[in-house]
Design a binder for this molecule. Sequence first.
Ligand code: ADP
Ligand code: MG
Length: 545
Amino acid sequence: MSTYGIDLGTTYSCIARLDSNGNPEVIRNNEDNSNTLASVVFFENENNVIVGQVAKDNVETDGDRVVQFVKREIGKPDNRIYEFDGKTYTPVEISALILTRLKNIVESQGDTIDDVVITVPAYFGLEERSATKQAGELAGLNVLSLINEPTAAALSYCARQFQEDRIILVYDLGGGTFDVTVVKMSMTPNDESGEVQKITVLATGGDDRLGGKDWDDRLFDYILRACCEENGLSPEDIEAETRQDIRGKVEEAKRKLSQKEKTKVRIDVNGSRTEIVITRKDFERMTADKVAQTMNFVESTLQKVSDVEIDTVLLVGGSTYMPMIKEAVEQRFPGKVQQHDPDQAVAKGAAIYASMLGVAVENTVDGESSSTADGEMSDDKRAELAAKFTVEDQTPRSFGPGVVDTKGSKNKYILENFIKIGEKMPAIATKTYYPIEDNQERVRLRAFENMSMDDALIPCVNEEGEPQATDPAHNVKLLGELVVNLPPNTPKTTPIQVTFKVDASGVHVEAINTATGDKFETFLRTASDIDIEKSAVHQLRISSD
Ligand code: ADP
Ligand code: MG
């Protein structure tokens, strides 16, 4: 059995496993001569779908046949569809193509791939998570679990340098997203009266539209302007081919500037060859405001966790190879910055987690050790790892039912948050409500997810049955509904006990009519296949009076 960890990234993905010594190793993408795989899919024609660098090289020339940044669409309510050659693809299917390519990379090197752990951003909600899992299954992988990206990064850091209680700030600047996460590592007792290191997420922040791409864009503008100056042209005179030429060269130039003080790019400007020299200093000057933006997000995330002292800052994400990033973070957190293979740390952490889970699965499923393939880590090693760490799963969102508050002059439809972001999973909470009126035939109990820490929110539900929160930042989403049928002559004072249970696979909603003992339940994974009643009747109210 081979167990792998996969970082399914917005711009680049990566796959890793543990070697025979228990050390994480990335499986190289030899075709692209890289440790990572560009998360880009090019639908060349009906019979040829290309994933990786070649697909990325086609962004400029065949942009309308290329899909990139699909992670931004996965599990989102607008259910975006892509169409090529008469076939349609969902974001889950596109993601599955990327995962299949990673699987093929492993197989082309002679290994088989069975169980995997896939990473997701800490702020992903239930639908994004279940869609990611679906993509894995569609690619023929057995998804043991998902793990939060910053948690995986912390795990890979701690496996390398074991330390006791620590507060770690993970600064993850990728290609299209910037994520800041504060993670806590703490020693807790385990079942065998020993101690394990527990990893929990304390706060998240960042921007899903800020990343390496912004640095590329600045460099593009700079080179374009330089080309104009050299040739006495104005930007409108620059032909499309020249723009494509520049676009195709900026990322490479950026990467070179991470190593060298200056680099040259040769551009064919409307037919005349032009050489532009860019110094690292120039590059830093033209992107200084972007660096400052990331640091502002660091500060605002820190404000969410008062009274904690950051012990270590982990630099994660390919864009942290840029020296300007390390310098800025060092300046804010002198002596605390750590950086190890920033574009691979997440996949490596996922590989460690996958192996830990592998032990748990073997112990519970067959109780016997399976034979070890060549080069694969021994069961003892895995057991050792599993004994060292535990990852506490936390609710990625707040959850609760929509109910009617009858107090005051006007009935208000509110969302009561039973379970808040960051609670230990499985999280469970119960509350009692009442029918709105006597002889109510049924209750349509709506279940919501949101990003607020408030006890109650005021969403109203529009004609389509979609929630419209007062504050869009709370990101209120309707997950589904539970229909509770009430027997004839039910008085409005009948207590209905509502329970929400949230675990890694979804939300379980249960309602018990305490007068009859009738129990109704449903399991909600995604909102894609629900049929929501549009009217505001058939609800439950908060108080019995
Ligand atoms: P993702 O955003 O998918 O998580 P990564 O963490 O691998 O992906 O980050 C990808 C970004 O890192 C891209 O914008 C890429 O150009 C950038 N990058 C990778 N290597 C370097 C480097 N040596 N110098 C500067 N930027 C780099
Ligand atoms: Mg990433």
